[in-house]
Design a protein around this ligand. Structure first.
Ligand code: AMP
Length: 408
């Protein structure tokens, strides 16, 4: 029997999200999340998608190892256990792959050491990802574990886009450059957009707007990323739910010298108390729209600042790409917030982009066009699917390796 299942693990600092997929057709067999790991009242929600009802329990889950064991037990109850011969591999989301990892990679001791070496540039994410990798390896040492990096899709950026204009020696010494994030989503959505247009990814230029609680834009030329809005960390670029995106770096010196704030306080301010939440107290676009409808000026201004930044990036990526075939909206805000799409594209008619209000108002699950039929630039809503992309890349790599071994 050829194993066809892939378990996708997304290990965060206090949570593990997972999905089990069947790669014959990309269908989901089960999905779930363990939250508040290491806290007294951890919670596991498990949804078997082919059999049975969703299950949930709260209790103490001490660490990631205990969390993964709990996940394995839940899967086993549905006959989908980690010991199943049908499991081909485990695909792990790893946030930072630096310049070293340009592709999905089968994890061995050397790869783990490299991911560990990148902790200084991804102090929040890579340690949790590593714990997930090590734990899964210990549970199934014989199974290929594949790391799929959030930065990998962006490693095709030319140096002119990837470098900051700061002293080269200092930058190189501290590995300071623009890495970009959400790469799995940008890769998936840019390809799915080409498919929606009935064209090959190599033949289209796409601006992808991943607008979730975190948000980033990318310019994709012929399937390869040539620029993206996040940089050394996911703080740069667009206005996000709680992150400021671009600010003059001198704001930081000012807050230190004049505001008397510490480095950690400023870090928290810009990452957790800024963006939409900093501007109006809410980071959920639904709530912001509701407040705007009630005449709330603060919510209106937050929305306007969000849209203004978005427009600047769309304009910049038109200039970077030269010709644009499509603009694709994705993630929680991009897929659901029609007013954001309408406002972001408003006034771009001279650049060939427009939104048809009736199409924009349609709520649907799949990829769809929202631009008028005669528009030069297609505007699309393309739901992202990072788990499917991680599973696809994992399965392709494992398949390639096993063919190499068997000589097929
Ligand atoms: P994500 O990080 O992709 O899960 O996106 C989460 C964000 O999507 C939330 O913080 C909301 O701002 C936004 N969102 C989700 N559903 C809707 C909706 N129906 N309308 C507007 N915004 C939404």
């Amino acid at each position: 029997m050829t194993p066809t299942r892939v378990l996708v693990l997304n290990s965060g600092s206090s949570s593990v999200k997972y999905q089990l997929l069947d790669m014959r057709d990309g269908s989901r067999l089960a999905m779930g999340i363990v939250e508040r790991i290491g806290e007294g009242s951890s919670r596991l929600r498990h949804t078997p998608l082919t059999t049975g009802e969703p299950r949930e329990w709260t209790g103490a889950v001490a660490d990631h190892e205990a969390a993964l064991k709990a996940v394995a037990e839940e899967l086993a109850k549905d006959g989908l256990g980690l010991d199943s011969p049908e499991l081909a591999a485990i695909g792990h989301r790893v946030v930072h792959g630096g310049q070293r990892f340009t592709e999905p990679t089968v994890v061995d001791d050397k790869v783990l050491a490299e991911i560990e070496r990148l902790i200084p540039v991804a102090p929040l994410h890579n340690p949790a990802n590593l714990v997930g990798l090590r734990t899964a390896r210990a549970l199934r040492p014989d199974l290929p574990q594949v790391a799929v990096f959030d930065t990998a899709f962006h490693t095709t950026m030319p140096e002119s886009a990837a470098r900051y204009a700061i002293d080269v020696e200092t930058a190189d010494q501290h590995r300071i450059r623009r890495y970009g994030f959400h790469g799995t989503s940008h890769a998936y959505v840019s390809r799915a957009t080409a498919k929606l247009l009935g064209r090959a990814p190599e033949d289209v230029n796409v601006i992808v707007l991943h607008l979730g609680n975190g948000a980033s834009a990318s310019a994709v030329r012929g399937g390869r990323c040539v620029d993206t809005s996040m940089g050394l960390t996911p703080l740069e670029g667009l206005v996000m739910g709680t992150r400021s995106g671009d600010v003059d770096p001198a704001v930081i010196f000012h807050l230190m010298r004049v505001g008397g704030m510490s480095t950690d306080e400023i870090d928290t301010l810009l990452n957790k108390r800024s963006g939409l939440v900093g501007l109006c107290g809410d980071n959920d676009m639904r709530e912001i729209r509701r407040r705007i409808d009630e005449g709330d000026e603060q919510a209106r201004l937050a929305f306007d600042i969000y849209i203004h930044r978005l427009k600047k990036y769309i304009g910049a990526y038109y200039a970077v790409l030269g010709t644009v075939d499509a603009i694709a909206f994705t993630a929680g805000v991009g897929e659901n917030a029609a007013p954001v799409r309408e406002a972001a594209i408003a006034g771009l008619e001279a650049l060939g982009a427009a939104v048809d209000p009736a199409l924009n108002a349609v709520r649907a699950d799949g990829p769809r066009l929202i631009s008028p039929a005669d528009a030069r630039v297609a505007v699309a809503v393309v739901p992202t699917d990072e788990e499917l992309e991680i599973a696809t890349q994992t399965y392709a790599l494992v398949g390639k390796n096993s063919r190499a071994i068997t000589g097929e």
